[in-house]
Design a protein around this ligand. Sequence first.
Ligand code: ADP
Length: 491
Amino acid sequence: MQVLFVAAECEPWAKTGGLGDVVDALARALGRIPGAVDGPVEVFLPRYRGVPIPSRAAVDVLEIRVPDPMAPGGVSNVTVRSFDADGYRLRLVDHPAAFDRAGFYGDSAGDYPDNPRRFALLGRAALETRRAERRPVDLIAIHDWHACPVALQRDLHYAHDLVVGGAAISLTIHNLAYHGWTPRDQVVQLGLGTTAGDAWGIDLLGEGIRRAETVNTVSPTYAREVLQPTAGMGLDGDLVARGDRFTGILNGLDQEIWDPATDAALAAPYDAMSLAGKAACRADLLARVGFDPTDPSAVLGVIGRLDPQKGFDLVAGAARRLVEDGARLVVLGSGDASLLEGIRAEATRSPGRIAVLERFDRELSRRIYAGADLFLMPSRFEPCGQGQMIAMRYGTPPVARRTGGLADTIVDLGVNPAAGTGFLFDHATPEALAAAVERALRVFTAADRGPWQGLVARGMAVDWTWESSSAPLYAAQFRRAVALRLARTLG
Ligand code: ADP
């Protein structure tokens, strides 16, 4: 089975959130499972500004001509730069007019108005690359709406193409909130003709859901939740209609990339057998954010994309009470800066107790996962979440809402004292978050250290490796998609 990924993010080349982590780790893991794929997975990614080409890598350069309705003459020249990444083959789609920009998706003025064209070009370049190479493909894994033009292109332009027309498509929804809504006056950018879609335009994610042979999202609980109108973001009917072709596959975590024993960003390494290094990381973090490094108060870490989904407003609403409880707060976020205003106001009231850092900072994120005592993730919805898994791996129990993948990955200590790995709460309110943190603080400050140590140890011991369960489930899903496509083509 020859497998292509088409995605807008892939760590370490381009990442704003978990999508980048998962595309990288899953592509590598599939390559490690004996017999799962023929040759390495090929990952097609835009060559955004600043994406480096490793100087020592042997880079293949392929010039292709890609149908592009927005280009003079209807065709764009695209350079595909391919090289071996860590366990897969990265294929950078290089077209500066589309991708050499300040942001991946937009800038301070908002989303780029030509995003439909940019991501249609990504997908079409992937298909045209394999056509130019005359290398048939069995399965195209499309990730989120950015890759959904591939499903339309296959069906509307390449259905009878001998190289890519028979390819099965498997869609993975990492976030149902982003659909790639393309209004009617922008549909022309997709190169599908002007009649495609509804009267108002095209919902790219919806098209992907309807056209892919198989569809999954990234946790079983989220997969159940989105079948309801309350969580389905308008696509619940389409997901219900896919029946058992729509599933939930829980994300794993790359335990080599996220390992406090080898993490070069940390002040000191540590593991579950010896947590001395974690104390050094804690002091280092406090010093870096301008707090007293010897302060024994519980340090609460928060990291995430600044999006209403992530509940930064709940953290802001709970902050005063948590500081009065004696906690310290370190918040790192990137995206819509206005979502940090509430926490900034609290930080001004409580200097030396709340630190707010607005940027994308890989190293600081690692220092927070390691240096905090608790990790807060009060998401309104959460398809899976990587943050809580990373925190557990770094010995930092999570306090999170009981929703989506958070409910699937965290065992509440109150519900199951012998197996607990964190603290869950139900209502998306500052009061419920604060009450859950207070529950955690009671364990953190208890004279009997046993329950806290057990909590930390169990979280660090969880096996999140992709190879152990998630990646084989993807391989099985891909095989099913290929069989379904074949049956349809033969039928
Ligand atoms: P989502 O995919 O919704 O963004 P996840 O919890 O699945 O949420 O993944 C978030 C990933 O992005 C984690 O690896 C987290 O460490 C990282 N991340 C989020 N915001 C930042 C930031 N401001 N700086 C560095 N890393 C970040």
